[in-house]
Design a binder for this molecule. Structure first.
Ligand code: FDA
Length: 502
C-alpha cells in the first residue's frame, strides 16, 4: 500500500527510543514509535501480566519452544523446560560463541532487567568514549536521567535486617574479609514498595521471584517513567507488535518497511512508513542489524565502513561460589541486587572488575553465592551480514572472553582462598565454571563518532539518527542503561537545538 506519512519515526521503545520520543514530543513534534514486542499491560490466565522466573510460559521468551535460562543447570540437572511458543518478553539471540539476552516489548530492556542504575566512571568514559563532552554529561545529563528514571537506594532496614537480603550481606562480608571493596548499587525498583512486600503488605514482585521475565510490581520500568510522560503529551503513538525490516532513502525522507506480528510471532501483514526523520533505537543488535540489512538490500548507501565494528558484551561474566553450611544465603531472596564488589580503586587495565552480588531465588537455601561481573575487557567483535544465510552474524569467539575470565578469577580466587570455599561448577553446563558465553549487556555496532557523528547523526544520511546502546563501544565498565539514557538525553538536546528548530 501507499506509505503512511509521519513526521518522526522512532524504531524501538527501550531507553534510547523512550528518551527520543519524550524530548521530541515535549518540543511539539508528533512521534510514531514502532516496537516489535507486545504491549505488556493485559493480565494473563493467572491474573498476572508477566510470568515468574520460576514458572515460565509463553509470556517468558521471544519465539522459543524451550526456555534458555542464563543458569542452565543445577547439580547436574538441566533447568530449561518446554514452553508454548509466544512473542514473550525476553529474547536470547544465539551467535556462534555468544548468546545475547534482550528485552522485547514496549519498554524494551527495562521490562526484564534488574533495574541497576549505576553511574559510569568518568575516567573510563574518557578512555572508551573520547570526545564525549564529559563535564556536561556528568553535570546535567546523568542527573537528568536519574531523576526521570526514578533512581533510588536500598533502605538500611532492608539491607541490614531483611531475610530477603541475607545473600547480599553474606556476599558483602565474604568479599570484605578478603579486603575487597563493596559498594551500594542504586536501582529503579521502588525500595519503599519492596519494604511493603517484604512485610507482606503488598503483592510480591522482587520478593516473589520476578525479574528476567518481567516484574508485575515495584519496578519503575520505562512504561512508568519516560514512556508514560511521552504518551501523556498526546503526541506519541506506539505501534506494538510491529517489526521494522528495512530502511530506504527516498529523496529527503526515509521509507521504513515493517511487519505486523501475531502473538505467536507470525507475520500477519506489512506496513510502510515514510518519515523525514528516523531515530534508530532498536538496541545494539536491532539497530546494527537494520542498518546492515538495509545496506545489503541497497536501500541505504554510503554508510560508514565501521558499521558492525566495536561490539562487546560489556565484559559480562557470571559465576557462583559454594558457601559452607554455616553460611546460608537464604531461602527467600529479593531479585533486585543492591551491592557490588568493586576493585577499580586498585586494579588496572583489563583486571578492573565490578561484580554485582546477585540473587539466586530457589525457594530453598542453596548456599550459592552468585555474581554477575562486569570487566573492563578490551575485546571487541564485529557484527556483519551473512547474505547467504540472510542473517546477522557475530565473530566473537571464546578466546575473546579469556581476559574477563582471568580478571574475575583473580577477584574470586582470593575470596575462595580466604573462605576455604570453591566455585560452583554445575551452573553453566559441564564445560564452564564462568559464563563466558552469554551477555545481558550487548553494546556497540554503531559506535558514536564512527558510524555517527558526535550527536548520533548517521554519517551521510541527513535525518537518520541513532540513540541507543549500539553507540557505546562494547564496554562501559558498569551496568549500561543509565549511561545509554543520559547519552540519548545529550544527543536529543543537540539534535533538537541544531536540526529541529522550528
Ligand atoms: P533496548 O534493548 O532497551 O530496546 C530496544 C527495543 O527495540 C526493544 O524493545 C526491541 O524489542 C525493539 N526492537 C528491536 N528490533 C526491532 C525492530 N526491527 N523493529 C521494532 N522494534 C525493534 N542494564 C542495567 O543498566 N542494569 C541492570 O540491572 C540490567 N539488567 C539486565 C538484565 C537482563 C536480563 C537483561 C536482558 C538486560 C539487563 N540490562 C541491565 C541491560 C539493559 O536492559 C540494556 O542495556 C538496555 O535495555 C539497552 O537499551 P537500548 O535503548 O539500547 O535498547
Amino acid at each position: 500500500g501507499a506509505p503512511v506519512d509521519v513526521p518522526a519515526l522512532v524504531i524501538g521503545t527501550g531507553y534510547g527510543g523512550s528518551v527520543a520520543a519524550l524530548r521530541l514530543a515535549l518540543a511539539g513534534h508528533r512521534v510514531t514509535m514502532l516496537e516489535m514486542g507486545q504491549e505488556w499491560n493485559r493480565p494473563g490466565h493467572d491474573g498476572r501480566v508477566f510470568a515468574r522466573m520460576t514458572e515460565p510460559d509463553e509470556r517468558s521468551m521471544w519465539l522459543r519452544r524451550r526456555t534458555a535460562m542464563p543458569i542452565s543447570h543445577l547439580t547436574g540437572v538441566p533447568l530449561d523446560r518446554p514452553i508454548k511458543l509466544g512473542a514473550g518478553v525476553l529474547d536470547r539471540v544465539d551467535f556462534a560463541a555468544m548468546g545475547v539476552y534482550c528485552g522485547v516489548g514496549v519498554g524494551g530492556g527495562s521490562l526484564v532487567n534488574g533495574g541497576m542504575a549505576v553511574r559510569p566512571r568518568r575516567d573510563y568514559l574518557a578512555e572508551v568514549m573520547p570526545g564525549l563532552p564529559l563535564d556536561d554529561f556528568f553535570a546535567r545529563h546523568l542527573p537528568l536521567a536519574e531523576r526521570e528514571l526514578g533512581v533510588n537506594h536500598v533502605t538500611e532496614a532492608l539491607l541490614e535486617a531483611s531475610p530477603y537480603y541475607q545473600y547480599a550481606r553474606l556476599g558483602r562480608d565474604t568479599a570484605q574479609a578478603s579486603g575487597r571493596r563493596v559498594v551500594p548499587v542504586p536501582n529503579v525498583y521502588d525500595f519503599a514498595y519492596l519494604e511493603q512486600e517484604a512485610a507482606g503488605q503488598a503483592p510480591g514482585s522482587a520478593t516473589a521471584n520476578e525479574v528476567i521475565f518481567g516484574n508485575n510490581h515495584g519496578k519503575r520500568d520505562l512504561t512508568k517513567t519516560y514512556l508514560a510522560r511521552a504518551r501523556a503529551t498526546g503526541l506519541v503513538t506506539v505501534q506494538a507488535a510491529t517489526r521494522a525490516s528495512g530502511i530506504e532513502r527516498a529523496g529527503d525522507a526515509f521509507v521504513v518497511r515493517a511487519e505486523m506480528l501475531t502473538a505467536d510471532g507470525t507475520v500477519s501483514g506489512t506496513v510502510v512508513y515514510r518519515a523525514p526523520r528516523v531515530f534508530l533505537a532498536a538496541g545494539s543488535l536491532g539497530t546494527t542489524e537494520l542498518l546492515l540489512r538495509s545496506r545489503a538490500a541497497g536501500g541505504l548507501t554510503g554508510l560508514s565502513e565501521e558499521l558492525g565494528f566495536g561490539w562487546g558484551p560489556n565484559g559480562n561474566t557470571m559465576l557462583g561460589r559454594a558457601n559452607h553450611v554455616w553460611q546460608p544465603t537464604g531461602a527467600r531472596q529479593s531479585t533486585i541486587p543492591v551491592l557490588g564488589i568493586d576493585n577499580w580503586a586498585y586494579a588496572t587495565g583489563q583486571d578492573r572488575v565490578f561484580a554485582e552480588i546477585a540473587p539466586f531465588p530457589a525457594g530453598i537455601d542453596t548456599y550459592l553465592s552468585l555474581y554477575l561481573a562486569i570487566t573492563a575487557s578490551a575485546s571487541r567483535a564485529r557484527l556483519s551480514w551473512d547474505a547467504t544465510a540472510g542473517r546477522m552474524i557475530l565473530d566473537w569467539t571464546r578466546a575473546h572472553a579469556a581476559a574477563s575470565v582471568t580478571a574475575v578469577r583473580r577477584t574470586f580466587d582470593a575470596i575462595n582462598a580466604k573462605q576455604g570455599s570453591t566455585y560452583r561448577v554445575d551452573l553453566f553446563g559441564s564445560d564452564r565454571t564462568f559464563s563466558d558465553h552469554f551477555t545481558y549487556h550487548p553494546l556497540g555496532g554503531c559506535v558514536l563518532g564512527t558510524v555517527t557523528d558526535r550527536a548520533g547523526r548517521v554519517r551521510g544520511q541527513g535525518g537518520l539518527y541513532i540513540v541507543d546502546g549500539s553507540l557505546a563501544p562494547g564496554s562501559l565498565g558498569v551496568n549500561p542503561f543509565l549511561t545509554i539514557t543520559a547519552l540519548a538525553e545529550q544527543i536529543m538536546e543537540t539534535v533538537l537545538a541544531e536540526d529541529l528548530r522550528s
